[in-house]
Design a protein around this ligand. Sequence first.
Ligand code: SF4
Ligand code: FES
Length: 232
Amino acid sequence: MNHFLLDGTEVPFTEGDTLMDAAQRAGHAIAHLCWDATLGQSGACRLCSVRIDGRLAAACTTPAQAGLAVENRTPELDARRLRLTQMLFVEGNHFCPGCEKSGDCLLQATAYALGMTGMHYDMQAPVRPVDASHPDIWLDLNRCILCKLCVRASNESDGKGVFAIGGHGIGTHLLVNSPTGLLGDSRLAAEDHAAHICPVGAILPKRRGFAVPIGERHFDTTAPPEASHGPD
Ligand code: SF4
Ligand code: FES
């Protein structure tokens, strides 16, 4: 089997793997917010940026090759990840203590793992809607980090195209494909992959809330946070 080096450790891979695929399968954590093993490549968040021969590359879109020497957990790369994470926090409205996803949220867990203790940037406090029109699913755009996982899951897994990204720059936002633009008028079903893949608390099942107490949630009890998604 072929190998590449991740921070000096041999990682086996098979033909067609990206660096991320192979590293995650072998239990090596590379930070990510838009990668999922069940979906195709995206490269939306850049949290997974590593260095290969001095150049930055997204681990989730770079094919694994024998003999590559990949730098991942260096102070410089983690500092970049921290700033990206802080940008995501200030671009939306993320109030972890009041969020049902707290403890299961990959953004929150990534912030903890990177040692984030403050926002660094000014809060932008955008005005964004909450869509409670669906009988089984909440959509809170205040928490959306535009990772596109729901867009890709709805297209690739569910074959429905319920979600899309619209606008540009600071106005980029998640769109719901329905006659009214509301989730309740879309084809999203509670069991769809797209309804369960959001890494943050933007798409949440209704009537579950705090059924699992804070302190007993995925990232409260398992590590490392960069290595896996929490439950939906
Ligand atoms: Fe990503 Fe969730 Fe926003 Fe969809 S709603 S783009 S899964 S953060
Ligand atoms: Fe690679 Fe988001 S995980 S760009």
